[in-house]
Ligand binder design. Sequence first.
Ligand SMILES: [Cu+2]
Length: 164
Amino acid sequence: MLHSDDLLQQVYPRRSSRMKMQRLALILYSLMVLTPLRSNAESENGTLFFSTQQLVAQIEFTEEPKLNIESAWTLRFAESQEDLKSKSLVEPDFDIEVKLWMSGCGPKGGHPSAPVKIQRISRGTYDISQAYFIMSGTWDIVIALRERDSKKLVDIVTKQVSIK
Ligand SMILES: [Cu+2]
C-alpha cells in the first residue's frame, strides 16, 4: 500500500514539502515546549512556580475539566504564594500563552487540543475558556511566558489534569 505522504508527494509535490516543513516545525516546537517542562513541579496546593522569575500562578477552575465539554478557569499571577492567597496580584511583563497538550499519545509522541481563549480581566487575572480535553487520559495545561517583542520563550509551567 502506498503511504499517504508518498501519494501526496506525487499528486501535490510542493504542497507535500510544505506540509513536511509544518510537521517539522511542530516537532521542533513540541521539543522546545516539552524539554523545560519536566524540570518544574506543582506544589501540593496547586501553585505553579516559574523557575526563572519571581512569579507564581494559580488555576482555579470555573468549569471543571471533563471529556469533550468546555472547561474554563481563572488564571492568576503573583510574586509569591502568600500574595496569591491575599490576591495581591502582579501583571507578568510577558506575553502569556496557554495550551493543552497530551504527551505520549499518537505517532508523534503528543498532540495539542484546539487553541483556548485567553482574556485579560484585570491586573494579573485572566479568564481562560474554550478549553476542550478531546481524549481521556492525562493532559498538560501548559502556561508559557514569552518576550513581548522577540516571542522568545522565557519560562513555562504545567498543570496535569486527568480526564476520564
Ligand atoms: Cu491523545
